[in-house]
Each structure stands twice: as C-alpha cells, then as structure tokens.
Write a protein that binds this ligand. Structure first.
Ligand code: SN0
Length: 316
C-alpha cells in the first residue's frame, strides 16, 4: 500500500479485515516490522482518539513516534507555488514535507475541511500538496473529505457485532450546534458501499451528502422510516454539502433517543466521537447496552496498526 487516504488505497478489503482481526488478537506479534522505523504525526486540528490510538498502534509494532501540533508549534505553511513570501507565512510546504520525510518512514496528517471553499476542500488541496512533496507514505488522520482510519474501525466493529450476513446499517444525520465536516459520513458511506450490507442514509432535506460518495444509496428524508429494521444506527452531524458549510438550529427531533431506537431491530448505536450528549444522542442510548462507541474507539488502534503494517510493506 503506497498511501492510505481513502478506501481506494485498499486492494482487498477482506484481506485487510482478516489482518486487522489477527492483529487485534495478537497485537505484539508484528514487533519486528516497525523496528527502527519512525512515524510522524502532524496535527492541524484537535484529536484524542486518532492521536493516541495511532501512537499506540505504532508502539505495538515497535515503531518510534514523533507527534507535532503543527498548526500551533510549526511555522505557518505557504501552499501556493510561485508566491512572494513577504507576508505572514514563513515556510513553504515543499521544504516542510521534504524535510519531515527525511525524519520519518510514514507520515500521518490531519487537516479538516475549511468549510468555506467547497472546490478546495473537495479537491483535497492540502493533502495532495503534502503527498506531492512527501518522500514517504502518507496516512490520512482525517482530511477535508474523508476519515478512512475511522471507517476501517467502524467496519471492523460492525463485522464483530453483526448477527446476520446482511445487516441493515443506517447512517443518520443528527443535530449539532456547530457546522461540522462531511468527512466521517462520506468515508463511512464509501466503506459501507464496499460491503454486502444493506446500507441507507437518513438526513433532512438540504443535507444530502455529495453523490460522489453516495451513488446508489437510498437516502431517506424521514428518519423514522429509515430506522425501521435497522441493526446498526450510526449517528453523525454534518453541515450541508449543497449550501456548503451551512448548518441549522432546526431538526432537533433528529436527535437519537430510546424511543427512536425502539423503531429499529434492537439496533446497536454507533458514533465516531467526540459526541455532544443530549444534542446528538440522549444519555439513555449512549449509556445503554446497545452503544458501541467505546468498542469503535478501541478498534481504532487495530485499524491503524494494520494500515501501518501495510504501509511498511507487510504482505499477508
Ligand atoms: C470532527 C468531525 O469531522 O466532525 C472530528 C470527528 C472525528 N468533529 C468535531 O469537530 C466535533 C467538534 C464539536 O464541536 O463537537
């Protein structure tokens, strides 16, 4: 695997899943593959799970890790070629990416969507520029449009908890006080479409995701209808794609409550975290037996460990 920025970097999903399940049972069996290798993690945005689980994954295979909150501790990076750099930005991405590449064998980068310029976000301007100048494999720690490590962990969690071969998985929009990126739902949709599951999306009118990620997926604008017979309910807020970055204070009734979960087939509740309690989901659901959010977060380690092994050239 050359880079891991999307499901498109995965050749055989079943093989990747089997490796992850083996890694989860034998986390320290691959120690020799990361020996004397260094992982650099660059964060332009906050992180809890991604940062810690990816570090832990690297430690499990014997890698060394360097972490940098590059937005706070680094120089401000210029992205444009040919700029006269006499303003606020001190360093060009060309030198930064090349220099960091010399210290690392794999580089992880987190860059959220700016949510102001759809073209720029959806062409993954920053990540592509970074990869162009990086000399080593790059793993996305959530980019403007995708969060593949999260989706891989979500997929593993569903595989572990499914009771039928073709469970019904519902991705539902949920309310939130802020405008959030579409990366988590885009990515989840991309991975779910690669499985045999029955996958549907529920969101209010005006909140449809980009068709690039939802082709052939049934989209309900009525949440109750979508939840019928669901085996997994994945809640997530996202801001509008069409009226880009817009959000709304309406649709409070899209919050996931115990009553809503009763419409399902005793579904498991999922969310990537962090989650706004009693806005996205009621305490009773999040604290109840059906919630898988902690298991999802645990699987982040094994998803990252599997991806790091593949980026280091491990063949299974
Ligand atoms: C990010 C998102 O993409 O939605 C990261 C999720 C893994 N979430 C947030 O930024 C939540 C921030 C908030 O205000 O609750």
């Amino acid at each position: 695997m050359k880079n891991f920025i999307s499901l498109n970097d995965v050749n055989y999903l079943d093989q990747l899943k089997n490796l992850a399940l083996h890694v989860k049972q034998n986390p320290f069996a691959y120690k020799k593959y990361g020996k004397n290798k260094t992982l650099g993690l660059l964060f332009f945005n906050p992180s809890l799970r991604t940062r810690l689980s990816t570090q832990k994954a690297a430690f499990n295979i014997g890698m060394n890790v360097m972490v940098m909150n590059i937005d706070k501790d680094g120089w401000a990076l210029e992205m444009e070629d040919g700029t006269v750099m006499n303003q606020g930005k001190q360093e060009h991405i060309k030198e930064a990416a090349a220099v960091i590449s010399q210290y690392c064998d794999v580089i992880g980068v987190r860059t959220f969507a700016g949510l102001t310029n759809k073209e720029e976000d959806y062409s993954e301007t920053f990540l592509n520029k970074f990869m162009k100048h990086s000399l080593v494999p790059v793993v996305s720690l959530e980019s403007a449009t995708l969060h593949p490590l999260q989706s891989f962990a979500d997929y593993l969690t569903i595989e572990e908890h499914k009771k039928t071969n073709k469970p019904k998985v519902v991705l539902t929009w949920a309310p939130h006080p802020k405008a959030l990126p579409q990366a988590v739902p885009n990515s989840f949709a991309q991975w779910m479409r690669a499985t045999d599951y029955e996958f549907v999306i529920a969101n209010p009118k005006g909140f449809d995701l980009s068709e690039k990620f939802t082709e052939n997926v049934t989209v309900y604008h009525n949440q109750d209808e979508a939840l019928k017979n669901a085996d997994f309910v994945y809640a997530k807020n996202w801001s509008a794609y069409d009226t880009y970055g817009k959000t709304t204070a309406q649709f409070k009734h899209w919050k996931i409550t115990s009553e809503k979960m009763q419409l399902s087939n005793q579904a498991k509740f999922m969310h990537c975290l962090p989650i706004r309690r009693n806005v996205v989901v009621a305490d009773s659901v999040l604290d109840g037996d059906s919630s898988l959010v902690i298991q999802q977060a645990n699987n982040r380690t094994f998803a990252a460990q599997t991806v790091l092994l593949k980026l280091l050239g491990y063949e299974n």
